[in-house]
Design a protein around this ligand. Structure first.
Ligand SMILES: [Cu+2]
Length: 492
């Protein structure tokens, strides 16, 4: 079998088409003998024999499509279209972003070390763009630096990039126009080694972190704002993020990519991991030390690996408290009802430099950190004002699918300074299990979705029977929906 065919099979396995059948038979055998160790060994042998070598498993980017390619001679040809996209961050919250091929972040590209790669970039945006290949060791004219290495790509224009890639690791592509980056214009570009690393991983995931400032009743991000209220993993905020599903005992790699204005300390529950790679590629094993939180700085990537030896539904999230929120903003009702206090007072206030009063005072609270007056609007003069549970629940009656259980608050709550903090932002009132129902969520504890927001997802470490159940459900769903990358142009 040619290695190209092998790679195609790997691709398909990665999107769940071939996975279950192969892994299952090996797995069933091993479980019958009750020996976990054999499972991994057999899977490796199966993969090695069927793919004609120890080829790395393809990456899976939950909630983001795979970019298909076609072979033109020995060149892998990809086609990216920079364009405005409608992105549903959580059920009912559709926003106007800019991305690639209908998605923000753009589709994931996977290649193997040594590949000759061509990427046709079309610009369907209303202004010029550029495409930078972040960390690529390519010739200067292929770097995508607007003005210096090439002219920007005009609206309606096209630029064809071509290079041979002799690197390995977690790279990405992005617009090199700064404000466009904050509209969503990034995608993962994974360069696989020819032979998988040792120890070999069973699952390989990509998570791209993005952040947007999109106030209520507005659909377009304020790309100048420095306080973000929508934080996403792969274009979704919790609970709409799709959990990473792994089998108990599997070795797992997660590739974390950050392109925004903030750094994100990504934390995994229940396990220790090691950082095995950066945006510069693989790190030597001598540098691997245990941790459970990795800081992914702006323009960086971090690969972490761990053995999923602890069964359960484990949170994986950014640990900045404000990044575990959805639609984080001050009380917003008056925006639609009356003129309130102007937001975005000026640059000093916008960046949090106070010249009078305290941070939560009436004169500062609503405007603090809300940008430099651009896209500013009005809101009530208190940032965390006491709320009536009843009125909030009445508002929720307009939102079909919300579970609307009563919040658990004491009768004197409104007399306690500081109340409310999380009472109306997470918990039973925010639960929407049904609205985000999907195979990967099957079997989660009822009400789970009320506590997942922003940059939060799960690593679900599942016993074999539950793992297989979810894989079957996922296969059924994929049979109905054409969410599979089109591979028909791949010349065999
Ligand atoms: Cu964060």
């Amino acid at each position: 079998m040619s290695s190209r065919r092998g790679f195609l099979q790997n691709f398909l396995a990665g999107v769940g088409i071939l996975t279950s059948v192969k892994a299952l038979s090996a797995q069933e055998t091993s479980m019958a003998h009750g020996r976990e160790g054999i499972l991994t060994k057999r899977k490796r042998e199966t993969a090695a024999s069927e793919h004609g070598g120890d080829i790395p498993v393809p990456v899976l980017t939950p909630d983001v499509p795979e970019l298909p390619f076609r072979m033109d001679g020995n060149v892998k040809e990809f086609h990216l279209i920079a364009e405005p996209v409608k992105q549903e961050i959580v059920p009912g919250r559709v926003v106007d972003l800019w991305g690639y091929n209908g998605s923000a972040p753009g589709p994931t590209i996977q290649i193997s070390k040594g590949d000759r790669v061509r990427v046709i970039v079309d610009n369907h945006l209303p202004e010029a763009t550029s495409m930078h290949w972040h960390g690529f060791e390519v010739s200067n004219e292929m770097d995508g630096s607007p003005g210096s290495s090439q002219d920007p790509i005009a609206p309606g224009g096209r630029f064809v990039y071509e290079f041979t890639l002799n690197q390995e690791g977690t790279y990405f592509y992005h617009s090199h126009m700064a404000m466009q980056e904050m509209m969503g214009m990034i995608g993962a570009f994974v360069m696989h080694p020819k032979e998988s690393y040792k120890p070999r991983v069973d699952n390989d995931f990509v998570i791209i972190m993005q952040e947007y400032a999109i106030l209520p009743n507005i659909n377009v991000p304020n790309s100048m704002n420095m306080e973000f209220n929508w934080l996403t993993f792969n274009g979704k905020s919790g609970p709409a993020t799709t959990p990473l599903i792994v089998r108990h005992g599997a070795r797992v790699r997660i590739r974390l990519i950050n392109l925004g204005m903030d750094h994100h300390p990504i934390h995994l529950h229940g396990h220790q991991f090691v950082v095995t790679g950066t945006e510069g590629g693989r790190q030597p094993e001598s540098t691997w030390g245990p941790g459970n939180t990795v800081l992914v700085g702006v323009a960086q990537s971090r690969d972490v690996e761990f053995v999923a030896n602890n069964p359960g539904d484990w949170m994986l999230h950014c640990h900045l408290p404000h990044h575990m929120m959805n639609q984080m903003s001050s009380n917003v009702g008056p925006i639609s009802r009356r003129m309130g206090m102007t937001m975005g007072e000026g640059m000093e206030q916008g960046m949090g430099m106070l010249r009078g009063g305290n941070a939560t005072a009436d004169e500062n609270g609503p405007s603090l950190g809300r940008g430099m007056g651009v896209g500013s609007t009005a809101e009530q003069a208190m940032s965390n004002s006491p709320l009536s549970a009843r009125s909030l629940m009445q508002q929720h009656e307009d939102m079909p699918g919300m579970q609307m259980a009563a919040p658990d608050v004491s009768t004197n709550a409104n007399s306690v300074p500081g109340f409310p903090q999380d009472a109306f932002m997470e918990g039973p009132m925010m639960a929407m299990d049904q609205m985000v129902d999907k195979p990967e969520n099957y079997g989660l504890r009822p009400g789970w979705s009320g506590f997942m927001a922003g940059m939060m997802t799960f690593v679900r470490v599942l016993p074999p029977d539950k793992y297989d159940q979810i894989m079957e459900l996922r296969q059924k769903r994929q049979g109905k929906k054409p969410s599979i990358p089109r591979m028909e142009h791949n010349n065999e």
